[in-house]
Design a protein. Sequence first.
Length: 370
Amino acid sequence: MLDYLLDIQRVRQYLNHAVRAGMVIRSARADVGYLDQLRRGLLPLPVDRPAPVVDPFPPFVARSSRGLEGLRVAVIASGGSGALASLVGVARALEERGVRPVAYGVCSGSAFFGVPLAAGMPAADVAAEVLALRPRDYIDPDWWGLALAPLRLGRGWSGLIRGDALESACRRIVGDVTLGELPVRVWLPVLRIEDDLVEYLGPDSHPDLLAARAVRLALGLPIAVRPAELDGSWRLDGGIVDILPAQPFVTQDLCDLAIVVNGFYRPGFVPDREPRWRESTFSILHMANQARTMQHVRIARHGLDDLRRAVPEVVELAPVDYGRVQGAGLYAEFLDNRGWAGYMADGYRSTSAMLSARERAAGARRARRR
């Protein structure tokens, strides 16, 4: 028993809970708006006003695709809750240049926005569909199951939100299309609980799986959203282990240009620093914050490095400050969609600026060759 309790990996997991709880408490205390967002998603009231359905993008303008001609462009998005609505803006900027990605890699929150794009829907249509959702359309808390969990000693209880409404909402948007039928290929990592193994759902491995079901499988999150069953075993969000779904693009020749949308860590998947941890109250929790993320961010950084070795050109974007999904924000930004339009606009601006800079650089190189 002592060996079990003192195992270094388990100690790190014990500290995870304390650090995460502290982050949630601090962020909620610092911004009471988070509490309102959580309440709106889990306990909506008749007086709550839905988010206005607005077009987050400027009027469509066809732009030059110089430098992109003939390139296979893929978009690979990390997890990051509702902040990954920015992915819709990335797609809109590409549309203006006449570019449709050849593939998407999506994870956790980005799956909810990326799969409709992979289904061939224009970015403006995806924006209109998801912004029209009310919390009750995709959030289904199981309060009764939570109340009974202590009486059952927690047996079978694994998440406050059932997830059925989430799958139904996605199915209303994309229909009954399967992963093999999507006009744009997409891969989603999931964690197979019984085997503690990350696998990728995609057109090669699960061509007959409904795309909406794949999204549901990719969004299971311990305590928050129940895992879902597939082929006799249960799946969770693969972003718990691999937040950057790069593996299919490393092992296969899928693209010439990979646009990486990072919504979870600092640019470059660099971990947060704790230079003054010894001077902080509860120093051990500040120290544990580094231990909490070290493996996660290291895997993501290795994935980005592998991608750069495998793909001729990789561009990283961070349209939304990753701090928006730290602590309580991870849950609040998904339960409340009022900020999604702004994140879409951020994704559009960030991608447009990157593409314009890329075109200017290509023009400068051509001028030098003359």
